[in-house]
Design a protein around this ligand. Structure first.
Ligand SMILES: [Ca+2]
Length: 431
């Protein structure tokens, strides 16, 4: 019944707030009505919190029992942590990966790639990377070695190409050799080009079957619900950029074949749990309402039709926290966190944390640990609050120590004097 569904969607979009203060200067591409992903509204209106002060207690999402457990914000954890600085002076670092036990590769948003060898940040940046559009949220984003990096030396980079009038989120790859990315080639470009400097997503993760998952942020809010646009989406491609033949079928002729899930806002965290096979993604809400989702093929995660998020103005985004056909978050935050980076902890350094999710916070400047059991969130703790550094990314080394990438950048302002204060930290257990 495409016709009545479109009418309902149109009604929902009519009440969607457009006042989100970080959504400035968006030039909406005209979405094609026929490509709207069908979701039907049901009567679960969002609680009226339009005065911006009466935020709900606790975290909600799929597990109401959490509401009696989780305080707001999460309590500081009690585990004694030893924090060492591995590298400092990074300029707007965005993502990093381990290439081996001895080698770490880091992106700086300004269009630079750095290497840390045996704990030493090499002065010379990696050459051979692509030109990039450097602005508010734009530049070099995530970086990831191929699963067979030891043999093929392939490194994957997500970045923004173009300019303020027309840009795309690209994924490219090159062979890392003697401090250079050789033969860099673009294997994916988002569709259609946009005129914006924010909400690019850009997080990448390999699936167990060797396919590459990439998050892409929304644009004008409508595009997150359009199957002919790759925004507000997680895509799934092969390692050469071709489309896997078992991607979900959206039942819409004009749907892009790379789409794996839709209805996301701006996801900056993506991680496979190799043990449970869950693909976790988190995304920024507007002011509050950051959420953690378990990603299913063909899933619609609701944005902007349904959200627990509250806008910066204190206004509701939409009257609906849930809509039929959209998947609820597993967990959401009712306080500002600014979720960035995520990994599933597996290792011997913190054996009691096995299977837990580690998540960075840009806004609350803490490292979050979600205590996971059987795929549910049992509780939440936060760490490193005393350092007052924005946490951009987090990964686990093969010895079980936790690496955290920080930045002191002033709300992503490229003109900030704090630009060069990014650090890579290593966290072990204090003996
Ligand atoms: Ca959602």
């Amino acid at each position: 019944m495409p016709f009545p569904r479109n009418i309902i969607l149109a009604l929902i979009f009519a009440v969607v707030s457009t006042s989100c203060s970080d959504d400035h200067n968006d030039t909406a591409d005209t979405p094609s009505e026929a490509a709207a992903i069908p979701v039907l509204a049901k009567s679960t209106p969002q609680e009226d919190r339009s005065n911006g002060t009466a935020l709900p207690l606790g975290a909600g999402g799929g597990d109401v029992s959490l509401q009696g457990v989780v305080t707001e914000p999460a309590p500081d954890g009690t585990a004694p942590l030893l924090v060492e600085t591995i590298a400092e002076g990074l300029v707007y670092p965005w993502g990093f990966s381990f290439l081996s036990d001895r080698s770490i590769i880091v992106t700086e948003k300004i269009g630079r790639i750095r290497l840390i060898e045996d704990g030493v940040l090499l002065e010379a940046p990696v050459t051979g990377g692509p030109d990039t559009f450097v602005a508010y949220h734009a530049g070099y984003l995530d970086i990831l070695p191929h699963p067979a990096f030891e043999q093929n030396k392939l490194v994957y980079l997500s970045y923004v190409a173009g300019d303020i009038n027309a840009n795309t989120l690209n994924v490219g790859r090159g062979v890392l050799s003697n401090g250079a990315l050789e033969g860099f080639e673009v294997i994916y470009e988002s569709t259609p080009p946009r005129a914006t400097d924010l909400h690019f997503g850009g997080k990448m993760a390999w699936g167990p079957d060797g396919t590459l998952y990439v998050t892409i942020g929304e644009d004008s809010k409508n595009l997150a619900q359009q199957a002919d646009a790759s925004y507000g989406a997680i895509i799934r491609i092969n390692d050469d950029g071709s489309i896997p033949d078992d991607n979900p079928n959206w039942g819409i002729d004009t749907a892009l074949p790379e789409l794996f899930s839709k209805g996301h806002r701006n996801p900056h965290g993506l991680a496979f749990d190799q043990v449970t096979d869950h693909l976790y993604a988190h995304e920024h809400g507007p002011f509050v309402g950051d959420e953690l989702n378990v990603i299913e093929p063909g899933g619609n995660y609701g944005w902007p039709v349904a959200t627990y998020g509250i806008d910066y103005s204190g206004d509701q985004i939409t009257p609906f926290t849930e809509v039929e056909g959209a998947i609820d978050p597993l967990f959401w935050w009712s306080v500002p966190v600014g979720v960035a980076g995520m990994t599933v902890y597996r290792g011997t350094e913190f054996p009691q944390w096995n299977g837990d999710l580690l998540i960075g916070g840009l806004r609350d400047m803490t490292l979050h640990r979600l205590d996971m059991e059987g795929g549910e969130v049992m509780g939440e703790e936060r760490y490193l609050r005393e350092r007052q550094q924005k946490i951009r990314d987090v990964r686990v080394a093969s010895d079980g120590s936790i690496f955290v990438l920080t930045t002191n950048e002033n709300i992503d302002d490229p003109a900030s004097n704090d630009a060069a204060n990014g650090e890579l930290l290593r966290i072990t257990r204090e003996q």
